[in-house]
Design a protein around this ligand. Structure first.
Ligand code: ADP
Length: 168
């Protein structure tokens, strides 16, 4: 079973095998976690993302899927980019959010990653309520069939940390 840790911090500073990026489907950068990863990781990551757009993902990376690049100047070895769903009050998109965590772990398995750090996907610019986002994240990782040994949830602020720690 995967060991789960919760820390307050910055995803770009995690010395793990793979950090997960809350990307958007363009793969060409954005705000929040995405902006921070490209800023600190340097241009190499963006260049690999551009190649992925040109080869495998002409229409963009679909919501709920994940793909890896190297991590440039970040302490991690790889970045796993995944696209969370935008929160909707009228449509239940929970399965897509769960898919982000499952697919990221599947990609991490393919890479041979043993330690993976996740941000709270979709809970920033994409508007997902943090309590619900935390529950889906932890339940999905706990139930995942993966060779990853440690998953670290990296929460940027106290409110997000508290929401995740509820599920410890
Ligand atoms: P999304 O577009 O999927 O909502 P965001 O990057 O806007 O993604 O936000 C996802 C979560 O990550 C939010 O809870 C936000 O507060 C948090 N966050 C923003 N920057 C960082 C960072 N550098 N490290 C960890 N978490 C971050």
């Amino acid at each position: 079973m995967v060991r789960i840790e919760f820390v307050r911090g910055d995803i770009t500073e995690q010395a793990v095998d793979a950090v997960v990026n809350a990307a958007n489907s363009s793969l060409l950068g954005g705000g929040g976690v995405d902006g921070a990863i490209h800023r600190k990781g340097g241009p190499e990551i963006l260049s690999e993302c551009r190649d992925l757009r040109a080869s495998r993902y002409g229409k963009g990376l679909p919501t709920g899927q994940a793909v890896a690049t190297t991590a440039g100047r970040l302490p991690a070895r790889w970045v796993v980019h995944t696209v969370g769903p935008v929160w909707s009050a009228t449509e239940d998109r929970s399965e897509l959010l769960a898919s982000c965590y499952r697919e990221s772990l599947r990609v991490a398995d393919e890479l041979g990653a043993r330690t993976v750090a996740f941000p709270a996907i979709s809970t920033g610019i994409y508007g997902w309520p943090i309590e619900d986002g935390a529950r889906i994240a932890v339940e999905t990782v706990r139930a995942a069939d993966t060779a990853v040994e440690t998953v670290r949830f990296v929460l940027f602020d106290e409110r997000a940390y508290a929401a995740f720690a509820e599920h410890a």
